[in-house]
Design a protein around this ligand. Structure first.
Ligand SMILES: *Cc1c(COP(=O)(O)O)cnc(C)c1O
Length: 349
């Protein structure tokens, strides 16, 4: 049975479909010995070169909503090295919109006057307005900060659309409903149905979109999110909230009688390490290993942690029941460079 998903307006920004590639050397070495599946990678790091990664899929729907509602400014938030803010800054520039990013300052005082690096550098290059807030103020006042800036733009005769962390809500979730529809189609072309889909979870929208998309399509691929912050309970709840928000916003697009099942929302929270955006030697080494074995570059904040965790779980037999697993490479490579010091022990002579 083919199901037709009806989508809201969408601004085409990403180069789609992104490639689906087998990782045969990794499969031979890290999966076959444990009776694990063939590992594939969905190259969503290639959605665009500088706007790269998973956030661009969400932004296709977010930008379209900005246009529909007459907004000329996108306000969003995240860490100083936020991939989402960088992608928003560039997407706004491409679409002739203004971007304003509210960032949680993370550099120590001694480094705040250093030239910006990684994603932060790109935010400035893209002409985004950058407001940096100390951790405490960011955590305690974020909703007010959004309100104050929205008010500011209204007074200037502009209109801003506020986008939550990671673009994850009932609007952004469309990105990975469409993303997983594309992925299932890629797999079909390669002659298989994936039993497992794996991604990194940071704000939950990618996992929410993929899980919801599979259910809308009647596919029973199991989506597993590897948390890079917060715990399992948080993400299960966050995924369900994004789906509820989707129901609320799009009553006319939800298929009649469709009921989201929360049981398949699976989150692994054992590989976060010391905290968000803080990696360990194992993660840095896993990134170097994958670059050496497959020419594939992961990042230390999201994909490196998720991929490392997935390999550990394959070894423990978590995926032993299956033939094909797809790891969704959500991007983030600009995050490698600001963490250059961490890679000191990651390769030999
Ligand atoms: C934001 C991000 C994620 C997490 O996606 P969410 O939808 O926020 O859970 C994963 N990988 C990269 C590289 C990201 O930038």
């Amino acid at each position: 049975m083919t199901v037709t998903i009806v989508y809201p307006p969408r601004e085409r920004l990403a180069n789609l479909p992104t490639p689906l590639q087998p990782l045969d050397r990794i499969t031979e070495r890290f999966s076959k010995p444990y009776g694990g599946p063939r590992i594939w990678v969905k190259r969503d790091d290639l959605t665009e070169s500088a706007m790269s990664g998973n956030k661009l899929r969400k932004l296709e729907f977010i930008v379209a909503e900005a246009r529909r509602s007459g907004a000329d400014t996108l306000i969003t938030c995240g860490g100083e090295q936020s991939n989402h803010c960088r992608a928003t800054a560039l997407a706004a520039a491409k679409c002739g919109l203004r971007a304003h990013v509210l960032l949680r300052q993370s550099r120590p005082k001694s480094k705040v006057s250093d030239p910006p690096d990684g994603n932060l550098l790109v935010d400035y290059l893209a002409g985004a307005k950058v407001s940096l807030y100390p951790l405490q103020e960011y955590l305690s006042r974020l909703p007010e900060l959004f309100q104050e800036w929205e008010q500011h733009y209204l007074q200037q005769g502009s209109k801003a659309l506020s986008i939550p962390t990671g673009g994850s809500d009932g609007l952004g979730v469309w990105g990975y409903i469409a993303g997983v529809e594309e992925l299932i189609e890629d797999c079909r072309r390669e002659g298989f149905s994936p039993e497992h889909l794996v991604c990194a979870s940071g704000s939950g929208g990618t996992q929410a979109g993929m899980t919801l998309g599979c259910q809308l399509l009647g596919e029973d691929a199991q989506v597993t999110g590897y948390a890079v912050c917060d715990d399992e309970g948080y993400f299960v709840n966050k995924v369900c909230e994004d789906v509820s928000d989707w129901y609320r916003r799009y009553p006319e697009l939800v298929p009649k009688g469709f009921v989201f099942n929360k049981d398949p929302v699976k989150v692994v929270d054992e590989y976060i390490g010391p905290g968000y955006a803080i990696a360990t030697d194992e993660i840095y080494r896993a990134i170097a290993m994958l670059a050496q074995q497959e020419g594939l570059l992961l990042d230390p904040v999201y994909t490196g942690k998720a991929f490392y965790g997935m390999l550990q779980d394959i070894e423990k037999g978590r995926y032993a029941d299956s033939d094909n697993l797809v790891f969704v490479h959500t991007g983030g490579q600009f995050g490698v460079f600001p963490q250059r010091d961490g890679f000191k022990n990651s390769w030999g002579d």
